[in-house]
Design a protein around this ligand. Structure first.
Ligand SMILES: Nc1ncnc2c1ncn2[C@@H]1O[C@H](COP(=O)(O)OP(=O)(O)OP(=O)(O)O)[C@@H](O)[C@H]1O
Ligand SMILES: [Mg+2]
Length: 498
């Protein structure tokens, strides 16, 4: 930071590359952003924090032109940005990496990168992509097809798309939610490299530890309002969570008494599932007993999705057998909106989805809508689903709200087998604690629980037994009391196998 002899540089340094002032956006009677101010400087990594529903996604949707706010102003390099226009945001240099990446599996890395630009993806573009990838510290083959990439690599590809367009303000919406700890560390390194090269990064996360690890500044939202805007230095996770929640009751660790394992409720025998790349399950053997939580640790892309779907009885293995003694199976899929819920339907209808045909809800000729509404009201209450009216469309809920609807529906029927895939992904601290408590409570009631999670801390905290999944097979098994974090971490990466 030199003396302010260059007036342009000086004013840019003082005023920030991006300045949002008084951003206000409501949905019906819900004020999602209430006069939000946000400033991002050149070369800065700014964390954006807040509980589920605090307004983070709404704010970045305004910044990238997806939403027209009701009020407020955004300037980039001092120039006023036309709001509500994705094109204007791109031209101003603002780019977002969404959680679902939005890539084309059949295309190569380069073809995905150039998609939507004037470039056609020839050798010259491949060279550019390769150079930009290595400058950012990504190890990506520009000619590899997207379907063959791991989640970590897909994310690098999504970031490359922004770099190729020369964008300067990069917004990452919960980028680490799908990454293992080493993959996240790698991403942080790249983020620092990019920031050092002058990019500005806005980074959304629910993992408070990560804020200290990579961000220099933090903005915290609570109920649509900014409650903190400051340097990260000198702020610990406890203080951040107090700011987010507005009280010191941060919810927290679940008491983890061991379970009392009973009869086998699910058995997979020599199960094999074909997949396009490493997705397949390969001769998998596994048992879940009543009254135990079996944690499945592993980096995503090692067969988790296939395992969850076979275990839940949704897909059939190519060979091998699934035996289940469960009368009711609850399934919490990782892809909530596509597999679990129907976005265009109301909260009531989603909650009743599994019960339409039950005697309590319907007669052969009609459906008891008042009973459904009553059921919905009860579950909205019990699971703290953040809606005022049961008739709200599920698609209008925040990420945390969606997960609560799904849990309420799946767990309210006293299942005796629960298959939970990434059940706390995207949830804030308090909501994640609620989910973990539910799993433990159902285990104590006698349900068998399979917890598939990339969050190793979560697996270690809750599980009575831990299996490590690597390339579609179990490469390690540990019982409670004999858990070895370092060894499990290595096996997740395919090392240290017996
Ligand atoms: N398209 C929409 N229609 C109606 N309400 C919406 C819409 N988008 C968001 N909301 C509401 O606005 C509020 C803020 O939601 P937002 O998605 O911005 O929260 P968030 O901080 O991103 O939460 P999460 O961590 O759960 O993703 C929530 O109450 C949400 O239900
Ligand atoms: Mg969000």
């Amino acid at each position: 930071m030199g003396a302010a002899s260059d007036p342009g540089a000086a004013s840019d340094a003082a005023r920030g590359v991006l300045e949002a002032r008084g951003i206000t956006k409501s949905f019906g009677d819900r004020l999602a952003n209430d006069h939000v101010d946000l400033t991002v400087h050149r070369g800065e990594i700014r964390a954006l924090l807040g509980e589920n529903g605090a307004g983070k996604t709404t704010l970045i949707s305004v910044l990238c032109g997806q939403y027209q706010p009701d009020g407020g102003l955004v300037t980039v390099h001092g120039r006023t940005l036309t709001l509500g226009s994705p094109r204007a945001a791109l031209q101003a240099g603002i780019g977002v990496v969404h959680q679902d990446f939005r890539l084309v599996p059949r295309f190569t890395v380069t073809e995905n990168v150039v998609l939507g630009t004037k470039a056609w993806g020839g050798p010259k573009d491949e060279d550019t992509v390769a150079a930009q990838a290595s400058a950012a510290g990504f190890r990506l083959d520009p000619r590899a097809p997207a379907w063959a990439l791991s989640v970590g690599e897909l994310q690098q590809l999504a970031i490359l798309k922004l770099l190729f367009r020369g964008l300067e303000i990069l917004i990452l919406d919960e980028p680490t939610a799908v990454l293992s700890p080493p993959q996240a560390a790698e991403l942080f390194k790249s983020m620092r490299t990019l920031a050092a090269a002058g990019k500005s990064i806005i980074f959304i996360t629910h993992r408070l530890r990560e804020v200290g690890a990579v961000a220099s500044e933090v903005t915290i939202l609570r109920q649509g309002k900014v409650v903190a805007d400051r340097a990260v230095a000198g702020l610990d996770a406890q203080q951040m969570s107090v700011l987010m929640i507005g009280s010191s009751d941060a919810g927290g660790r679940v008491e983890t008494r061991p379970g009392a394992a009973g009869d086998v409720v699910l058995r997979l025998e020599a199960v094999t599932v074909e997949g396009r790349s490493v997705r397949a399950l390969d001769d998998m053997h596994l048992e879940v007993r009543r009254g135990e939580i079996v944690g499945v640790a592993g980096i995503s892309g090692n067969g988790q999705t296939a395992l969850a779907e076979v275990a839940a009885g949704i897909i059939r293995p190519v060979s091998g057998r699934r035996e289940s003694a469960a009368a009711a199976v609850a399934y919490i899929p990782e892809d909530r909106l596509n597999r679990g819920l129907v976005g265009a339907m109301s909260v009531t209808d989603n909650l009743a989805l599994r019960r339409y045909t039950s005697r309590a809800m319907s007669h052969p000729l009609w459906i008891w809508t008042d009973r459904m509404t009553a059921l919905a009201r009860r579950l909205i209450d019990a699971f703290n689903i953040p809606v005022r009216k049961p008739s709200t469309r599920v698609a209008d809920l925040s990420g945390g709200g969606l997960q609560r609807v799904l849990l309420a529906r799946e767990l309210s029927e006293q299942p005796d087998l629960i298959i939970a895939a990434q059940p706390t992904r995207g949830l804030d601290v308090a909501s994640a604690a609620m989910v973990r408590e539910q799993l433990v409570r159902h285990r104590d009631r006698g349900a068998g629980v399979m917890l598939i999670s990339e969050d190793l801390d979560e697996v270690l905290e809750l599980s009575d037994r831990v299996l490590v999944l690597f390339k579609g097979a179990v490469v390690g098994e540990y019982s409670r009391g004999k858990l070895n974090r370092a060894e499990i971490g290595l096996r997740m990466g395919g090392e240290g196998a017996a």
